[in-house]
Design a protein around this ligand. Structure first.
Ligand SMILES: Cc1cc2nc3c(=O)[nH]c(=O)nc-3n(C[C@H](O)[C@H](O)[C@H](O)COP(=O)(O)OP(=O)(O)OC[C@H]3O[C@@H](n4cnc5c(N)ncnc54)[C@H](O)[C@@H]3O)c2cc1C
Ligand code: FES
Length: 279
């Protein structure tokens, strides 16, 4: 990326209403110029600024994996100015993507280890990317056991249902999909992510946990992991601070000594424990 403020033009290839309450939409984008697709090299955990002319930019985690080809996938919650405009946009429309930004999950350091993924709500986006990447034939053998726990309020709020079924059917992933309360016809888990994590009781030996979800999930997951003996440097999280430039210049996302956009958004729990609670 030469000018870090310049978005690449992309075309909306596909729009999907992702949840029953219509608050989330999943977008696939294709680069208009093949050289931009080549220049946009990313890994799971990174994000991009989605740029809508006349409305502004919003930082959104990349939900696709580079192993899926050159298109990019994002799942966007309708929150305010930019994301509401995005929700009104249709297939074929042109907009911009600026990035990739931030650091990915430490996939190299995770090699040879068991991986535990704990995801809640739509924070699962970059973990979708991670799962697709880990399970790719080129990568699967580099990692040990993979445990994936993902919860949403209701079945209709679960994202990426086709992939969830695929992962559930695989013998090399322990998949636990859960909803908050029992509903008729639901044959998977019932309970909040921390409760299911407690039941699953993933061992910390030679393992890394990626934990992303709403603050309440993080709050109640932490003591569960503590009880099992997980240490702060084995737990990896991703922050979603307000941002502007996305490249460590404007200071908007500063927490303690870090710019979340440039030094994160991925941090270990041990790093976050050292920070003022501004995130
Ligand atoms: C690294 C990163 C990854 C993210 N990934 C995703 C993702 O995958 N999917 C997704 O839907 N969202 C994601 N977000 C959150 C997303 O960036 C905000 O919801 C978005 O910027 C809102 O933009 P807007 O212009 O629509 O809203 P605005 O008009 O700017 O604001 C609308 C409301 O949302 C609040 N708001 C704005 N930004 C944030 C924020 N970062 N956190 C909490 N509240 C905010 C505002 O205070 C206001 O109340 C991510 C944020 C970061 C920093
Ligand atoms: S958003 Fe500008 S420094 Fe992070």
């Amino acid at each position: 990326m030469n000018n870090p403020y310049l978005p690449y033009p992309v075309r909306i290839q596909r729009v999907e209403i992702a949840t029953e309450d219509k608050s989330l939409r999943t977008f696939d984008f294709e680069f208009i110029h093949p050289e931009h697709a080549e220049a946009f090299t990313y890994l799971p955990g990174q994000f991009a600024e989605l740029s809508v002319p006349g409305y502004g930019e919003a930082p959104i985690g990349i939900a696709s994996s580079p192993t899926e080809g050159s298109h990019l996938t994002f799942t966007v919650s309708k929150a305010g100015v930019v994301t509401s405009k995005l929700h009104s946009m249709e297939e074929g429309e042109i907009m911009g993507v600026r990035g990739p930004l931030g650091h990915p999950y430490p996939l190299g350091e995770m090699e040879g280890k068991n991986i535990v993924i704990l995801a809640g709500g739509y924070a699962v986006t970059t973990l979708r990317s991670t799962m697709v990447w880990l399970l790719h034939p080129d990568n699967r053998d580099k990692y040990g056991e993979i445990t994936f726990v993902y919860g949403a309020r209701t079945p209709g709020m679960l994202l990426y249902k086709d992939l969830l079924e695929e992962w559930d059917a695989r013998s090399d992933v322990n998949t636990y999909i859960t909803i908050d309360n029992e509903v008729e016809g639901w044959d998977k888990y019932v309970g909040f992510v921390p409760q299911i994590a407690d039941q699953v009781s993933p061992k910390p030996d030679n393992a890394v946990a990626l934990v992303c979800g709403p603050p309440v999930m993080i709050k109640f997951t932490q003591p569960v992991l503590d009880k099992m003996g997980w240490t702060g440097d084995q737990i990896i999280m991703s922050l979603e601070n307000r941002m502007k430039c996305g490249v460590g210049i404007c200071g908007r996302c500063n927490v303690g000594p870090y710019y979340v956009c440039k030094d994160g958004p991925v941090f270990t729990k041990a790093q976050l424990d050292e920070l003022p609670k501004e995130y």
